[in-house]
Design a protein around this ligand. Sequence first.
Ligand SMILES: [Zn+2]
Length: 294
Amino acid sequence: MQIGLVTYKPEFVPGYDVHVFFSKWVDGQAFPAAKGMQNDVTVFCDAKAIREDPSMVSQSKDGPAMRKNRKANLAFDFVCPTNPAYRKKVFDYLDSVSKEDIEGVTLNLYHFADESFCTCPRCTELHQKSGLNWTEWRAKTITEFLKEAKTHTKGTFAVEMFPDPVLAKERFGIDFAAIAELVDYFHVPLSSGNYFTNYWVDTIVRDFVATLKKPVVVELSAEMPTDDKLDALLKTVAIISRHNLMAVLLLVHDSENAKQVAQFAVHNDAFREWLKTYNFLKMQKIVDNWAKFY
Ligand SMILES: [Zn+2]
């Protein structure tokens, strides 16, 4: 199992095998590609684009796909996934990223906002013309989008997803079986303010590993400064390392934050003893490697 980073700054950090750089964000900010890294691109969540052209927002009978619409309970503002002008803008950005010497591209938030989206006039017409039911049409729309998007990328191709292993197709149009044909791996984000309670991480990881037909990478949040939070995070990484994972990625603010996590693990005798006692071999290997640098 590899250990890696998801960062907002394109900095390589010793002791980490995989580097994922957030190159386009949910607020609409887009950055130049990070060379040698996996570039993670937010697709249909773009608050800036919606501010500039509110007609782009995805629609439902309960109103638009916006955070301020409390009936929808969404974390971000979603552009309609069939908007041709916005899709072109995403493809142009992917072309600019893929001109550089990158490791590959990961797409996130490339799907419908939720089950009741999108009922804009264009989607309503496309759905009717398709002759498919609501779930199948939406899944086909997202799979076709990913196929087209992939032609604008190079290197390793991966996707994130909302971490729902059961209803992803019905809710978001994410058809795991169809998408497995396109991607090199799946990136499952399991973000949290802390991992003091971690049975849910173990359960969701287990479900995804059993469901997905391609390698799985899990992302955990590591932007936490306190010792007890770091201890719980590292124990959670150890626990999920018992599943068949390609890598665990730690979401950090910057390289200092990444070094802090490694340093904490290396110099925490009780934690290293705990790894030995319970035979967490994959995690011991990671910490032993960190000890060479920190
Ligand atoms: Zn629409």
